[in-house]
Design a protein around this ligand. Structure first.
Ligand SMILES: [Zn+2]
Length: 195
């Protein structure tokens, strides 16, 4: 089994039947909560009806087990206050410039941590139809890292925005690493995936 798990992480792994059957029974409880996505639109002046979406989830993990000081609130300063701050800064900067040609949608979905529910809801009820939404830039846990020269594309090859990203990075003299090994699942774990 250890060998099979290790092999599964290697390129070219082919799944195979374990020739085992089983039944699983689980007792699950569910709790329906109501929440809100929050957002705003900066209207374009030339290509109205087309949009670029900037996205950053506002939820974190809520209230849970206390830490060693008895604090039960999971504040989510990095995940995802930093992302929200980044998206808000972009909004502020665009507001200071002359109006963009396309609509810019700034959406702050809820319930990302519970399963990308807020962004999935946005996709089903978009401010601008998805076929007119040209790109989504999701801000996720910008984090307190040092300044770096190297940049990594998680899920390299999954988006046709890669080429724009590489061109901008190269223009800044950066080294781009394509991480197209999605076996660790990071690529699937934020709102860009449902958007
Ligand atoms: Zn997050």
């Amino acid at each position: 089994m250890d060998k099979a798990l290790a092999d599964a992480k290697k390129p070219g792994f082919k799944s195979f039947s374990l020739k085992v059957r089983g039944d699983v029974k689980m007792n699950v409880a569910y709790d329906i909560k109501e929440t809100r996505n929050v957002g705003g639109i900066l209207r374009g002046n030339a290509r109205q009806g087309e949009a670029v979406v900037f996205c950053a989830h506002w939820d974190h993990l809520g209230i849970g087990k206390p830490d060693e000081r008895g604090d039960t609130i999971y504040n989510g300063a990095a995940d995802n206050d930093t992302g929200m701050a980044g998206a808000l800064l972009v909004a502020k900067k665009f507001k200071e410039l002359s109006r963009p040609s396309r609509d810019l949608v700034f959406i702050f979905p809820s319930s990302e941590e519970s399963g990308l529910f807020g962004s999935a809801y946005y996709c089903a009820h978009p401010a601008v139809p998805m076929e007119k939404t040209l790109a989504c830039l999701n801000f996720e846990s910008i984090g307190p890292a040092e300044l770096t020269r190297d940049v990594v594309i998680l899920g390299g090859g999954e988006s046709d925005l890669d080429n724009y990203f590489v061109a901008a990075a190269v223009a800044q003299g950066r080294y781009v690493f394509f991480d197209d090994d999605n076996s660790d699942g990071w690529f699937y774990r934020s709102d860009h995936y449902s958007l």
